[in-house]
Design a protein around this ligand. Structure first.
Ligand SMILES: Nc1ncnc2c1ncn2[C@@H]1O[C@H](COP(=O)(O)OP(=O)(O)O)[C@@H](O)[C@H]1O
Ligand SMILES: [Mg+2]
Length: 620
């Protein structure tokens, strides 16, 4: 990937920031989605894979399918496209460690169960849509900042080539590979169940069931070797949980859990009764000692076998019955074998689940009803053509689902077409959640920012068209995001110094306009403001502040008796200096005859006003 580098724009939209990882097929970059102003992870397929036409086709097709997966435990795919000579996928960026970091030293039993549950929830969700992961491993489980497990790379084609190359990352893959995948056989949903079993095993014990010097050596063990019981490595693992892990790791897909749901139920049961393994879970590995060797004695537990098992099991059973009869062995044993045989036979009404995914609902319903199933349908808008079946529960047998009772109900989710969908109400959600909700309804989203006085910054104000409008799914909805309020409350700045007042207004998002005013307050002090404090005004508008010049008027005291004049000047804020005028007429003795500065002029508080007082010498 010589051509990818920092700051490179992909599709005129994603700016590469830094490489976060590299796997067998691709490099992963952290990038900025310049259109939506958010971080994304961009996975760029190695160029060498891009030359393989068939592979590329699969990669594109499967990314398309996976793009529809919206689930809290799945890393969502946003976009995909061509980049230079290769291809890329844009997906949610998960800013957290891989589960691999956490399982390295093993984790507590409770944590191991909790994470496994989340992975199973993701798998159950995807499997029901017919999407198989094929490469579940702790490297593909990322932990987000809320501690939630998010499964990445769902349904993304993985190259078969990567299994053979003996690089580290690929070795990692072989350790989680189901026996059927290791042998190049068909991959089903149950292959994912096996891989999840390996993840649970590693989470409980800190080590994978099978390790080796090469991917091939590990793959061979997946097919042939029996793993040690987890409890033999970590004694905290209770017997019921032991059995659950071992069942998930059954070599024969038919002996594993039917589906993710059954695995989840088994975990529930193991938590409720940790010391009492369920029979159906122990049956599979009854023959295995804790250290991993098979022991013949195990096959005596014939009554513990689960119904609906494969040919091989039945063969053994018959052999045992024959043997029992032939040698007239202990009656108990014969009875046990017989019981198991009868239990199996008395339940002949298990049938395959037909695959109607992608079919017209009418045809699908007919097919299912003809085979004796009840059918329930739910409709939702989707990019798929109208009336096409987009989900099926339980999963079809050919996609890894197991046989079910004849006459059971099959639930079909049907596309109501790219037709009319109601715009959902997203007001108050953050941008990411609002975008997600709209995209879930099949809309394209174009964010747009505006002020709002009642919606906090960063939250959705609403949409255009507004919620409740019924429009074509697939069309673009404008998502209005609040930039916060455009109103500011005017703070009180009276009594502050000019600079402080300007700063306070600035902090409130307001400008200031300074007007000088004569006032007896000290110079530079704000004596009034307009608009007044507490008023709500537009952000960035201007508040006029009146600043005292500190100038005061000199009272006119000429003609006043000296005492009165001094007190008038002092009261006005001036100091007084007195001069005597001996040339003044006697009638002016004790009276102010002049002053400087004159009455009415402006001065500063504390300035000195000089008065001249008559002081005629006494007539001799
Ligand atoms: N959506 C994502 N968000 C954050 N990091 C990711 C994301 N997808 C992948 N990565 C990181 O990039 C690395 C390489 O991914 P990938 O090519 O899928 O290889 P692998 O899954 O085999 O490790 C991963 O190990 C992971 O650390
Ligand atoms: Mg990956």
């Amino acid at each position: 990937m010589a051509s990818a580098r920092k700051n490179l724009m992909i599709d005129e939209r994603y700016r590469l920031e830094r490489k976060i990882g590299s796997g067998g097929m691709a490099d992963v970059w952290l990038a900025e989605d310049t259109e939506l102003d958010r971080k994304v992870a961009i996975k760029i397929l190695h160029e060498s894979f891009a030359e393989d036409q068939e592979f590329v086709e699969r990669f594109r097709r499967e990314a398309q399918a996976a793009a529809g997966l919206q689930h809290p435990n799945v890393v969502g795919i946003f976009d995909r496209g061509e980049f230079r000579d290769t291809y890329f996928i844009a997906m949610e960026y998960v800013d957290g460690p891989q589960l691999k970091e956490l399982v390295k030293g093993g984790m507590g039993v409770q944590d191991a169960i909790d994470f496994t549950r989340q992975i199973l929830n993701a798998a159950r969700f995807a499997h029901r849509k017919g999407i198989i992961h094929r490469d579940l491993k702790p490297q593909n489980v990322l932990i987000d900042d809320e501690g939630r497990a998010r499964v990445a790379d769902f349904g993304i084609a993985r190259s078969d080539r990567s299994d053979i190359t003996a690089t580290g990352s690929v070795m990692g893959t072989a350790q989680y590979l189901s026996p059927e995948q290791a042998q190049g056989k068909d991959t089903t949903a149950r292959s994912d169940i096996y891989s999840i079993g390996v993840i649970l095993y590693e989470a409980l014990t800190g080590q994978v069931p099978f390790d080796g010097d090469s991917a091939v050596a590990v793959a061979l063990k997946q097919v042939n070797d029996v793993p040690r019981h987890p409890s033999s490595i970590n004694s905290d693992v209770p017997p019921a949980l032991d059995a659950v892990v071992m069942r998930a790791l059954a070599k024969d897909p038919e002996r594993r859990f039917n589906d993710a749901d059954a695995f989840l139920k088994a975990l529930d049961a193991a938590e409720k009764a940790p010391d009492t393994p369920r029979r159906q879970d122990t049956a599979v590995f009854a023959a295995v000692g804790p250290e991993g060797e098979a022991s013949d004695a195990g096959y005596l537990d014939e009554e513990e076998r689960e119904e609906g098992e494969e040919e091989e099991a039945r063969r053994r059973r018959r052999r045992w019955i024959a043997l029992a009869l032939a040698v007239m062995a202990v009656a108990v044993m014969a009875v046990a074998g017989l019981v198991a045989f009868l239990v199996t036979r008395s339940n002949p009404d298990q049938v395959e689940v037909p695959d109607v995914l992608g079919q017209q609902v009418g045809v699908a319903t007919e097919v299912l009803q003809n085979r004796g199933f009840d059918v329930d349908t739910t409709y939702s808008a989707s990019a798929a053509p109208e009336n096409q079946v987009i989900e099926q529960d339980p999963i079809p047998s050919n996609r890894g689902g197991s046989d079910i009772d004849e006459g059971s109900t099959i639930v079909l989710a049907v596309s109501s077409g790219p037709g009319i969908t109601e715009v959902p109400d997203v007001q108050g959600l953050n941008e990411a959640d609002a975008t997600k909700r709209l995209e879930e309804q099949g809309f394209k989203v174009k964010p747009s920012f505006q002020f709002s006085s009642d919606v906090p910054n960063g939250r959705a104000v609403g949409t255009q068209p507004a919620s409740g409008a019924r429009i074509q799914s697939g069309s673009t909805v404008k998502l209005l995001i609040s930039r916060g309020s455009n109103q500011a409350e005017v703070p009180s700045v009276v009594g502050l110094q000019t600079e402080q007042a300007i700063d306070a207004l600035d902090a409130a998002g307001l400008g200031s306009n300074v007007v000088q005013r004569d006032d007896d307050a000290p110079a530079g002090e704000v004596v009034d403001q307009a608009p007044s404090a507490g008023r709500s005004v537009k952000k960035n508008s201007t508040v006029t502040i009146f600043v005292s010049t500190g100038a005061i008027s000199v009272p006119g005291v000429v003609g006043q008796p000296r005492k009165q004049a001094v007190s008038a000047l002092k009261q006005a804020g001036f100091s007084v200096a007195i001069e005597e005028d001996t040339s003044a007429p006697a009638s002016k003795t004790g009276i102010v005859v002049d002053q400087f500065p004159p009455g009415g002029s402006r001065g500063q508080r504390g300035d000195t006003v000089t008065i001249v007082v008559g002081d005629a010498p006494p007539v001799p």
